[in-house]
Ligand binder design. Structure first.
Ligand code: C5P
Length: 272
């Protein structure tokens, strides 16, 4: 096995319906998941000993040992790797940073079967294509989605996923039902606007700043939280509108992470 660079794209839950709860406490979900052309980068080299070096804007607070999912992904795959991880995505942020990093290591090691044991969100991150995710995250089906222009906004609060699920007032919501075909972006947007993220009210109670983020994204036809938050996305008609909103929101909120992104609709961007 030779060294390689892997891209770990941001995961965005365009919808996230909570449809029930299993006896073991995990929640049943129905979610439309897409990936963005922004993400973390990993450089992976087979080595005599495991080693992990973390850099990038969001390196602070990222574990450099076997508490990190990338380390555990390599170990489960039976590989020893020297890993350099460039954290470009905020963590604990609802956009799958750690899960996508772990999936990138499993892709490199050719060991996708270990994904479920690393976390409910890791299986969906094995492929960068739009997918419908059900069960607790293990039931996956490809979906054809028109190209999306997104703006991702994170206000810098770290929201632990278990706390958000625990704060749910209701655990049995309707799922998405049969997915229609979307011949145009406008029809997709209209459908999406009628869907939900059922974790959003609970997350907003725990971190009221999320409501402020959603208000700032109010000019987008769809503005919603991703995953368990706190990152929210706006869906725009084109990249120029997303960039204009990014400039406005970043200028008014200097501490926030504000990042326009396009949806991936094919292979992962070439490493370079
Ligand atoms: O599987 P993972 O460790 O990533 O999940 C983190 C936590 O999120 C779980 O311990 C659980 O509290 C919650 N969770 C859930 N239902 C899911 C996924 C995650 O309750 N489908």
């Amino acid at each position: 096995m030779t060294a390689a660079e892997e891209f770990a794209p941001a995961k965005i839950n365009l919808t996230l319906h909570v449809t029930g709860q299993r006896a073991d406490g995990y929640h049943l979900l129905d979610s439309l998941v897409v990936f963005a052309d922004i993400g973390d980068r990993l450089w992976l080299t087979p080595a005599a000993q495991m080693a992990l070096d973390v850099g990038g804007r969001f390196a602070d607070g990222v574990p450099r040992d076997n508490r990190n999912l990338v380390w555990r992904a390599a170990e489960l795959s039976g590989q020893r790797l020297r890993i350099r991880l460039e954290k470009n995505l905020p963590h604990g942020a609802g956009i799958g940073g750690g899960s996508s990093d772990a999936a990138a290591v499993l892709r490199f090691c050719g060991a996708p079967e270990h994904a479920p044991s690393l976390g409910a969100d890791v299986p969906v991150c094995l492929s960068p294509l739009p997918q419908r995710m059900q069960g607790i995250g293990e039931e996956l089906a490809p979906v054809s989605v028109p190209p999306c222009h997104l703006l991702l906004v994170n206000p810098g609060v770290d929201l632990p996923t278990p706390e958000v699920f625990k704060a749910l007032e209701q655990r049995e919501h309707a799922g998405m039902g049969p997915l229609p075909r979307w011949p145009s972006a406008a029809e997709f947007t209209a459908w999406l606007a009628a869907q939900r993220n059922d974790l959003e009210p609970a997350a907003c109670r725990l971190a009221p700043v999320i409501g402020a983020v959603l208000a700032q994204l109010g000019d987008a036809p769809v503005a919603r939280m991703s995953g368990s938050g706190a990152t929210c996305f706006g869906l725009y008609e084109n990249a120029d509108l997303a960039r204009a909103a990014a400039r406005r929101i970043a200028a008014a909120n200097p501490g926030w992470w504000v990042q326009p992104a396009a949806m991936l609709s094919g292979a992962l961007p070439a490493a370079g």
